[in-house]
Design a protein around this ligand. Structure first.
Ligand SMILES: [Cu+2]
Length: 365
């Protein structure tokens, strides 16, 4: 009777408890049922052990005046076989069950798979998308241009269509991170130099948080708060990708735009090695002056140094001169010759790049 009650209780707890956040993928349901199955078994074992223990403590407690030893018993074959066989069977069932769930999650053979690249970096996530199908199929765009367009298909928010098979390709640029969305029940290590695919099927619209589940440095905690996943209807997703593509076209068609400048200054040139610029990178190097608010300061510098700048008071001119001829005007407190002099040469920094960087720095008021 006691056994039947315990088992009923275990099943009840297993079926009714829900300690997890909502299930936003198909896989979440599988993982939760595996967890609840283990919980049901654990409840039965817990009750058997605890009730047995409490019963024994009361029933066989030392009575007043009883100073004899307890009864010694050794070698009960039946007992040994039972307590080896039951756990063995439980472990076997759990092995088969969890291997089933694992194989399902790892299965790359899913129809209409949507790839998205997830990149961990100190200290935020970045998401890279494929070009829209129409652009991929467009034979009037050559491969090099497609690659360039694709490099601008990025966002800090992971937008995914609902009811769709997703292949997240998880990567890292600096140290190890781990891509973790609790509502998806998906966790994948992000390892520098390696692309680790992880598969899931979205099943619920909503906004969730992307966490980093691997201690990756001082900003690790913040890394769990900056990036969101937004699971949306297919039409809204198409709109999102299309808007991103239109923006990429604009940038590629206009190589001197501030957006291009931002990408160049953050990725192509080593400016972050010496300067602080919160809008473009998180490094805090202080070998040169901060570039935060450079546009406003440049106006003042330009006005005060009209003579040096060839009679112009133009902020753009000041910034341009600071890059191509850093020693022309030295920021107070800094020695000459620290900022590289190589960018006076248009083979080291093409005209388009220079103008794009100037245009971008002019937005930093
Ligand atoms: Cu991290």
């Amino acid at each position: 009777v006691a056994g039947a009650i315990f088992i009923a209780l275990g099943v009840f707890v297993g079926l009714t408890t829900n300690v997890f956040p909502v299930q936003a993928t198909v896989e979440a349901a599988w993982i939760d049922s595996l967890f609840n199955f283990m919980l049901a078994i654990a409840v039965v074992i817990f009750l058997v052990v605890e009730v047995g223990l409490i019963y024994s403590i009361i029933r066989f407690r030392r009575r007043k005046g009883d100073n004899t030893d307890g009864k010694f018993s050794h070698g009960n074959w039946t007992l040994e076989i039972i307590w080896t066989a039951i756990p063995a069977v439980i472990v076997l069932i759990l092995t088969v069950f969890s291997m089933r769930v694992y194989a399902d999650i790892e299965n790359p053979n899913r129809p209409d798979l949507l790839p998205v690249t997830v990149v961990g970096q100190q200290f935020q996530w970045k998401f890279l998308y494929e070009l829209p199908a129409s652009a991929v199929a467009d034979t009037t765009i050559n491969d090099e241009r497609k690659e360039r367009l694709k490099s601008y298909m990025t966002s800090n928010e992971l937008v995914l269509p609902v009811n769709r098979n997703i292949k997240a390709i998880v990567e890292a640029t600096d140290v190890m991170h781990a891509f973790f969305v609790p509502e998806f029940r998906i966790k994948q290590d992000a390892i520098p130099g390696r692309s680790s695919p992880v598969y899931f099927t979205t099943s619920k619209t909503g906004t969730f948080q992307v966490k980093c589940a691997e201690l990756c440095g001082t900003g690790h905690g913040a890394m769990s708060m900056v990036n969101q996943v937004r699971v949306v209807e297919a039409a809204e997703y198409d709109q999102f990708v299309d808007a991103m593509y239109q923006k990429a076209l604009e940038i590629v068609n206009n190589p001197r735009s501030p957006e291009v400048g931002k990408q160049l200054i953050a990725q192509k040139y080593p400016c972050s090695g010496c300067h602080i610029l919160d809008d473009a990178w998180t490094l805090q190097n202080k070998i040169g002056p901060t570039l935060n608010g450079i546009a406003t300061r440049a106006e003042g510098h330009a006005a005060a140094n009209e003579g040096l700048l060839g009679g112009t008071k133009d902020a753009a001119n000041y910034i341009r001169a600071s890059i191509v001829n850093p020693n022309l005007y030295l920021v107070g407190g800094y020695s000459p010759g620290i900022m590289p002099q190589i960018w006076s040469d248009r083979t080291q920094m093409p005209e388009d790049d220079l103008e794009a960087i100037v245009a971008y720095l002019l937005t930093q008021k």
